[in-house]
Design a protein around this ligand. Structure first.
Ligand SMILES: NC(=O)c1ccc[n+]([C@@H]2O[C@H](COP(=O)([O-])OP(=O)(O)OC[C@H]3O[C@@H](n4cnc5c(N)ncnc54)[C@H](O)[C@@H]3O)[C@@H](O)[C@H]2O)c1
Ligand SMILES: N[C@H](CO)Cc1c[nH]c[nH+]1
Ligand SMILES: [Zn+2]
Length: 439
């Protein structure tokens, strides 16, 4: 049984703190193992990646087989059925249409002093896209990573995807082809993140790494940040459902299990104002867990990281949700828009009982690569912006420099940075010597 908590319980705060302790994701053991893997890849390159792939994915590779060849990609794509292809095409189209709207504009203006100011967006030169593949395979994550990168205009994209026992999902390669990515490496985990960040004899390093993964992938991304950019911490999946009693308990049970089935470390929480409804959802979960294909993973996840919490009202529910800052938040209540106004920390919000979170995983349009482990308090889901940098632009005229330069000189003097002040005053001096230049 998962934790059943009521905010009116005397020990609620203790049990709630325990629920949020993030032991499931933030383990020193995982971090220590990842540190060693990264050091090994930095030192030995391909050889380390090959050894680690043999160890964790049970796959023996030679350096020339790290990447899928063009003929392998062709052969795998040929296995995709017309129905599967149509589903990928529909998903890709909807994801593209959503992300195109995120493309930011350059800006340029001239201010009253005559300074021309602005900014310019340019894509990163190379991005590494992590696609998980340990316990399940994720063609949808290929699209969610690659399409925003393409919209941003990134010239080089490299996908890493583990293929345990050498089993590649043809839809992963087809999704890569649809998105226009042909550099695909069959490696995963921390070794893939290290290879992308530091490069190996075979894999050229990238500038930015994006994409979701398990606790090892998340820890590796934390560690390589600084050498490369990362999108966010997108670790084991999470769902929080706020539901009133006017819902089918089985629908809500399935929504909770949909994230629990990703990983034993996934987290599923129901907050409801109706204790009897909470009990009905628990019963529905127990029933579904008897037959679900992935019942072992989902059952363990629900057992260890699941919770049903009853609150006095929806205001209290929203406040608790904000403390949890879930990756996915479903609002199955009469007025979801009103409740959404109070829910300010969440990776993605799903409004109303006809919007199961699974729609967002595949075809809704918004990105499914989302912040976990309470990082939705300060970060956002993957977007076109993650593949762009903003460079500021400034051009002074002599008149503009004459107008604002003296303030810069004063501040340079206050900071005791003489060369700073002189670089301005030398120019102002020239203007004084030949005043006609100020016009
Ligand atoms: N937050 C998001 O946006 C989002 C989106 C999709 C999936 N996910 C999450 O991604 C994860 C996918 O996990 P997965 O395991 O299926 O695939 P994965 O590709 O993330 O991890 C598999 C790799 O983990 C490494 N690994 C496994 N056990 C290890 C060990 N003991 N020591 C060192 N390395 C080890 C191996 O290298 C293996 O290749 C799930 O947690 C899922 O919930 C998150
Ligand atoms: N729910 C995952 C994000 O946590 C994304 C996903 C892909 N496929 C199925 N689900
Ligand atoms: Zn999912």
């Amino acid at each position: 049984m998962p934790q059943i908590l009521a905010t009116t319980d005397a020990d609620f705060e203790t049990r709630f703190a325990d629920l949020l302790s993030m032991k499931r994701e933030d383990s020193p053991d995982v971090d220590a193992a990842v540190a060693q893997i990264i050091a090994d890849v930095r030192e030995r390159g391909d050889a380390a990646v090959i050894d680690l792939t043999a160890k964790f994915d049970k796959l023996d590779l030679a350096p020339e087989r790290l990447a899928f060849s063009a003929s392998e990609i062709d052969a795998l794509c040929a296995l995709v059925t017309a129905e599967e292809r149509a589903a990928l095409d529909l998903a890709a189209e909807r994801i593209r249409a959503y992300h195109v709207r995120q493309m930011p504009q350059d800006a340029k203006w001239t201010d009253p002093e005559g300074a021309t100011l602005g900014w310019r967006w340019t894509p990163v030169s190379a991005a590494g896209l992590y696609v998980p593949g340990g316990l399940a395979s994720y063609p949808s994550s290929v699209l969610m990573n690659a399409i925003p990168a393409k919209v941003a205009g990134v010239p080089r994209l490299a996908i890493c995807v583990p293929t345990p026992n050498g089993q590649a999902n043809p839809l992963v390669l087809m999704a890569a082809r649809i998105a226009g990515v042909d550099e695909v490496y069959r490696i995963g985990g921390a070794q893939a993140i290290a290879a992308l960040a530091y490069g190996t004899q075979t894999i050229a390093p990238v500038d930015k790494i994006t994409g979701p993964g398990n606790a090892f992938v998340a820890a590796a991304k934390r560690r390589v940040f600084g050498k490369v950019g990362i999108d966010m911490i997108a670790g084991p999946s999470e769902i929080l459902v706020i539901a009133d009693a006017d819902n089918d308990p089985d629908w809500i049970a399935l929504d909770l299990l949909s994230q629990a089935e990703h990983d034993e470390s996934a987290q599923s929480i129901l907050i409801t104002t109706d204790a009897a409804f909470g009990t009905a959802v628990q019963e529905a979960i127990n029933k579904r867990l008897q037959t679900l294909d992935r019942r072992e993973i989902a059952g363990k996840s629900w057992q260890v990281n699941g919770a049903i919490i009853t609150t006095r009202d929806l205001t209290e529910a929203a406040a608790l949700s904000n403390r949890i800052a879930p990756e996915h938040l479903e609002l199955c209540v009469a007025d979801p828009e009103a409740l959404a106004k109070d829910c300010i920390h969440a990776g993605a919000i799903f409004l109303g009982q006809w919007t199961p979170e699974a729609i967002g995983d595949y075809v809704g349009g918004p990105n499914h690569v989302l912040p976990t482990a309470r990082s939705a308090r300060f970060s956002s889901g993957l977007s076109v912006m993650d593949f762009l940098k903003r460079t500021t632009m400034a051009r002074m005229t002599p008149a503009a420099l004459a107008a604002i330069g003296p303030a810069a000189e004063a501040l340079a003097s206050a900071e005791s940075l003489e060369a700073h002040g002189l670089s301005v005053s030398a120019r102002l001096q020239r203007l004084n010597d030949s005043p006609k230049k100020t016009g």
